[in-house]
Design a protein around this ligand. Sequence first.
Ligand code: CA
Length: 222
Amino acid sequence: MRLLVVEDDKELNRQLKESLGDAGYVVDTAFDGEEGHFLGETEPYDAVILDIGLPQMDGVSVLEAWRRDGHKMPVLILTARDRWSDKVAGFDAGADDYVAKPFHMEEVLARVRALLRRSAGHATSELECGPLVIDTRAARVTENGIHIKLTSLEYRLVAYLMHHQGRVVSRTELVEHLYDQDFDRDSNTVEVFVGRIRKKLKTGMIQTVRGLGYCLAKPEDG
Ligand code: CA
């Protein structure tokens, strides 16, 4: 899952990127409203963490512009603690949730998990697909109760497919959601990773849909 953090406080931006990265997400960062607005318009993010008080273009205007242009990704806004009006303006502009500053990083992580699973139509932080279970809190995957050791990129790939299970996901879509903007993207590497994950899983859960991409689905009965 690929996230965007828009926060002008350099230290806070760094902490968010690091914590979200440790939690298994790919994170792009922007330090002002214009840069953030541009990235949100041009890159496909699974969720955005958006500060309200930003230079160049404030967070509410950024969010309004995205929504006006039809961008529906979940957005978590960061507001000043005593500014209730920021929350109201943020929700009216299309925010999905908020955290007031100062906050505990754990709360941001929990809210991001909730936004991601809700936008994918799941009700809990454990996602299940037949024998495969992913615990998004611990970034852990099990198959028939047995822990599957995955590298961080393999985990991201499985997590993305699990959030979109039952649907065909193209290689291009995977590349766009697994790597940050600076990564040298090559859709062939996705095939290599899928091959490695298939070797680690006992059940043939990741199916190749010829010419289209991949689909994670429950094994056929019988
Ligand atoms: Ca700020």
